[in-house]
Design a protein around this ligand. Structure first.
Ligand code: DAH
Length: 338
């Protein structure tokens, strides 16, 4: 009797070890458990024989049965945790890792939007180099030698002796375009500009401008007013009161500044508009005859208007951003909002 039981135990162990090799997932493991450790398993049946054995043999067979049961239980646990691990790592029904898709910087988006508005009015897009010469940045733009904008403090010079610098505005693109193409023309030129300014809430040593230029026979200040007023309504997507006031730029005569009713306080006065109720948005004017002469256009035949606007300023007003530094700090929490 005892020998038969021992033989059965060994047979069970052997079969169980063979069987576990076929187990590949939780459901086949459960079948294995029911077969070898369940209530109706051979092992459980063998336990029931114990009661009929004499004391000595009962002890001997009991130990054998217990160690067989422990062995199978251990096999079961090990296989189970192995399967669970694999299923957690490779579970194909788990949500995938989120892929973050890059997007355009808010300044790029605002530039695109401005370009679109002017494209609708028939303006083409021109570009010029960020590294410029004194000639294009100042001289050709009728900016005399002693003009304060030429001061070393405002301009980043690369090679002062050779007059090579980082452009302080996008206006030199006007010169480059007019040198290359005869009138009439109608362009805007977006791009980076550089000035030796502090990096504070309203200044940055690098910023973006959009230059505009329209030249033809009989271009008048009213054309300038019409084009810019339309642009402002389109950009802010609502009727906004615009005011042109006299100003000075060496390359335009007359020169003007365009201000809009403060979009933050609606003209009541706030910190953004310095309690003025109005915000200066851009500089503009009628192209100075000297500028035309410098590029070989005849100022007796042609007239034109030009303007230059700060992109960051416009973006700040459009989105209610109170510090220009946000655009340059690469903080994803800020950038992802746009
Ligand atoms: N370049 C000027 C600036 O950076 C802005 C400007 C004013 C551009 C008048 C123009 C203009 O084309 O006509 O302050």
């Amino acid at each position: 009797m005892v020998e038969k039981i021992i033989e059965d135990i060994e047979k069970v162990i052997k079969e169980a070890k063979e069987g576990i090799k076929e187990v590949k997932d939780i459901s086949s493991l459960e079948k294995w458990r029911v077969k070898f450790l369940g209530r109706k398993s051979l092992l459980t049946q063998l336990f029931s024989h114990l009661a009929h054995l004499p004391l000595e043999e009962k002890k001997f067979v009991g130990e054998k049965l217990n160690s067989a049961k422990n062995l199978l239980t251990q096999l079961y646990e090990e296989t189970k945790s192995g399967i669970e691990k694999i299923e957690t790592v490779y579970n194909l029904s788990f949500p995938g890792r989120k892929i973050s898709i890059g997007k355009f910087h808010v300044i790029t988006k605002v530039i695109d939007e401005i370009v679109k508005i002017f494209s609708k009015m028939g303006f083409g897009v021109a570009e010029g180099p960020e590294i410029e010469t004194e000639y294009y940045n100042f001289t050709a733009l009728n900016t005399p030698e002693e003009h304060p904008a030429r001061d070393i403090w405002d301009t980043f010079y690369i090679e002062k002796e050779k007059g090579i610098l980082l452009r302080t505005h996008t206006s030199p693109v006007q010169i480059r375009v007019m040198e290359k193409y005869p009138p009439p023309l109608k362009i805007i030129a977006p791009g980076k500009c550089f000035r030796r300014d502090a990096f504070d809430s309203s200044h940055s040593p690098v910023f973006h401008q959009i230059e505009g230029l329209m030249v033809d026979e009989n271009i008048k200040f009213t054309h300038l007013k019409g084009v810019l007023s339309y642009f402002i309504q389109e950009f802010f997507k609502r009727e906004i009161k615009v005011v042109f006031s006299p100003s000075y730029f060496p390359f335009t005569e007359p020169s003007a500044e365009l201000s809009i009713l403060c979009v933050i306080c609606n003209g009541k006065g706030c910190s953004t508009c310095g309690n003025m109720g109005f915000l200066e948005i851009l500089g503009c004017g009628m192209v100075h005859p000297n500028v035309f002469r410098n590029v070989g256009y005849d100022p007796d035949i042609y007239t034109g208007f030009a303007f230059g606007m700060g992109v960051e300023r416009l973006a700040m007003l459009k989105y209610g951003i109170d510090d220009i530094r946000y655009f340059f700090l690469n903080d994803l929490k800020f950038l992802e909002q746009f």
